[in-house]
Design a protein around this ligand. Structure first.
Ligand SMILES: [Zn+2]
Length: 167
């Protein structure tokens, strides 16, 4: 993700991204995200919405928000890992994450468009029609694709909120 966008998220959600993350000797459980957000910028709004939802859930329950430990793309989808969540907010937060991860398969990772979405085979990537054309040009051939629906049927874990998300 572009550095400026990442910094915007860090500033907007300091508790989730733990501003002041250079503090030495902090509790390892609260080790903040240290690899940066390793997906492309098209999912910026999605991650922003997810963080907003997490903050709202925690505000409503009057609990401390969890820390993001890793945000990345895996198998063409968004993955959001966290630690340190209050048990009372656990299910709602997992539901919000599941929704965001579901949406990521219908949103171009490069540009954020939701038009003509395909998922490339091989190095799975969720792309819109235009970014897919670019992708093919770079590779000098047409890469085979799944529709999001085909892809999600291939993924047997899909359709069940993952209850082991907390690291
Ligand atoms: Zn695109």
């Amino acid at each position: 993700m572009k550095k400026e966008l990442q910094e915007e998220l860090y500033e907007r959600y300091p508790e989730i991204f733990e501003i002041g993350r250079d503090i030495p000797n902090r509790d390892e459980l609260y080790e903040p995200i240290h690899t940066g957000i390793t997906c492309e910028s098209g999912w910026y709004r999605l991650i922003d919405s997810l963080c907003f939802a997490i903050m709202q859930i925690c505000r409503n329950k009057q609990v401390k928000p969890p820390r993001a430990t890793q945000i990345k793309q895996k198998f063409a989808g968004l993955r959001f890992y966290y630690s340190g969540v209050d048990e009372s907010a656990y299910e709602e937060i997992n539901g919000a994450i599941w929704m965001a991860e579901s949406m990521s398969h219908r949103m171009c990772e490069k540009c954020g468009s939701t038009q003509n979405i395909v998922i490339t085979k091989g190095w799975n990537k969720t792309l819109c029609g235009e970014c897919y054309e670019e992708y093919n040009k770079e590779r000098k051939h047409d890469v085979e694709t799944y529709t999001p629906e085909e892809f999600l049927l291939v993924d047997k874990n899909y359709g069940v909120p993952i209850s082991t998300k907390q690291e």
